[in-house]
Write a protein that binds this ligand. Structure first.
Ligand SMILES: [Zn+2]
Length: 80
């Protein structure tokens, strides 16, 4: 089962190991969300490629599977 991303107005714990859920603050920009998610993934010891957030299995974390042509477009991330 892959890592999921939840957005919460009041994030208590950035990482829930039982549910494999990363919780980030709601209302961040797309770029800030990606930074937040990558930071948690890096804390978990998962190497992160440029411009992407990946699960430990190597799959992109679902909310951040951004098509290449949209990399420069703010707010182009896919809401889960
Ligand atoms: Zn996975």
């Amino acid at each position: 089962m892959c890592i999921l991303v939840h957005r919460s107005p009041t994030p208590a714990h950035p990482w829930n190991a039982q549910l494999r859920v990363i919780t980030i603050p709601a209302g961040l920009s797309c770029a800030s969300e990606l930074i937040a998610v990558r930071a948690v993934l890096a804390e978990l010891g998962i190497p992160q490629p440029d411009d992407e957030a990946v699960c430990w299995c190597g799959a992109p974390v679902e909310a951040y599977r951004v098509p290449a042509q949209r990399h420069t477009s703010e707010g182009a991330c896919v809401a889960s």
